[in-house]
Design a protein around this ligand. Structure first.
Ligand SMILES: NC(=O)c1ccc[n+]([C@@H]2O[C@H](COP(=O)([O-])OP(=O)(O)OC[C@H]3O[C@@H](n4cnc5c(N)ncnc54)[C@H](O)[C@@H]3O)[C@@H](O)[C@H]2O)c1
Length: 333
């Protein structure tokens, strides 16, 4: 039984608490939060106990920690937990700062340990099936990838101000999805962003609508579209054109009823947001973590993947300011 300490007791921690306690081979040993009352509330809900973050990391009885705290604490906690010999699953992104994430990568390498990063969409049954078909060479060589990722509504402005910006907070998932499907990182990133949904987002120095193109060394291309608002719900689709065909992953719908009348043909909206759409993905992500720790095998998505996606987010943030392409090699030097 893997004894797990959950660091952070906010929005996503609740999802992880469910995954940890639903798994037959893991137990929620303790929960911490910067605000102890948050930890107490979540711990009580899942029959666990609230403890201080440092205490959890120092406790030799705890095998693994799941870091679900605010992004600016991730690198520090990854370093502390790996140094203490814990198995670590950390939420995305690795950090708000690429420089800090690169330093974290070096520190973790020195411990000889590996860290799993919470890019849960790799475990979504539709995207995972698309990847399996791609790996089985069912559409030949992938040439043009298109990712659509629209939220139903923008987050509160207080969240936007500390999020690190759309490219680091939101599109980071799509950068990782591009790397997952293309099997490689791009050489150049070109971004255009605007704040046409909420002027407060623009005033905070961020964008709410963005399009990015990724150029690969061998000439392949990927296009990512993000919006903080889609009136009809959470829109999460992938289309991959290959030399011998196309793969598409469509939205999950609230139900499968299709109404056909003289007025036309209509169906249900996509499921509302990430909690509804990705619940099976969070459970599969946790199972993959437990499996890897139990068997001593490598994590399916690790710190290097987290840093690669953050480098793309950094490049996109810079490119959106000038309109010019930014080389990944330039953000890494
Ligand atoms: N993979 C996903 O789909 C997904 C979805 C949402 C959020 N996230 C990521 O998860 C992280 C948390 O996001 P959230 O929406 O749950 O935020 P949140 O603000 O709801 O929760 C974060 C919690 O961490 C606590 N905290 C901050 N510093 C701490 C510390 N040093 N020790 C212990 N607790 C500390 C805060 O008090 C807060 O309760 C972010 O990095 C975010 O990017 C990932």
């Amino acid at each position: 039984m893997l004894k797990v300490g959950l660091l952070g007791a906010g929005r996503i921690a609740g999802v992880h608490a469910t995954a940890i306690t639903s798994h037959a081979e893991s137990a929620l040993a303790a929960v911490s939060d910067y605000f102890p009352e948050n930890a107490e509330k979540l711990a009580a809900q899942y029959g666990s106990v609230a403890r201080a973050t440092d205490e959890i990391i120092a406790d030799p009885e705890i095998d693994a920690v799941l870091i679900a705290t605010s992004t600016d604490t991730h690198s520090d906690l990854i370093e502390a937990a790996t140094a203490a010999g814990k198995a670590v699953l950390c939420e995305k992104p690795v950090d708000l700062s690429l420089e800090r994430a690169l330093a974290c990568q070096v520190a973790v390498a020195k411990t000889g340990r590996s860290v799993m990063i919470g890019f849960n969409r790799r475990f979504d049954p539709s995207f995972a099936a698309l990847k399996s078909a791609l790996d089985a060479v069912e559409i030949g060589k992938p040439e043009l990838l298109s990712i659509t990722s629209f939220d139903p509504a923008p987050p509160p402005i207080e969240y936007v101000k500390v999020s690190g910006g759309l490219f680091r907070d939101m599109m980071i998932h799509d950068f990782d999805m591009a790397n997952f499907l293309m099997g490689d990182a791009p050489v150049a990133v070109t971004a255009v962003g605007t704040s046409i949904i909420d002027s407060e987002i623009g005033a905070a120095g961020d964008v709410d609508t963005a399009a990015v193109t990724l150029r690969y060394e061998d000439g392949r291309i990927a296009v990512i579209k993000n919006s903080r608002r889609a009136a009809y719900g959470y829109d999460q689709r992938v289309e991959l054109l290959g030399s011998e065909g196309m793969l598409q992953a469509q939205n999950m719908l609230e139900n499968t009823v299709v109404k056909s009348t003289t007025d036309g043909v209509t169906g249900a909206k996509p499921t509302y947001f990430f909690l509804e759409r990705y619940m099976p993905a969070y459970a599969a992500e946790w199972s993959a973590f437990v499996e890897a720790v139990k068997n001593g095998t490598s994590f399916p998505v690790d710190l290097d993947d987290g840093v690669a996606a953050l480098a793309m987010a950094e490049a996109a943030t810079r490119s959106a300011k000038t309109g010019a392409p930014v080389l990944i090699a330039d953000v890494l030097t």
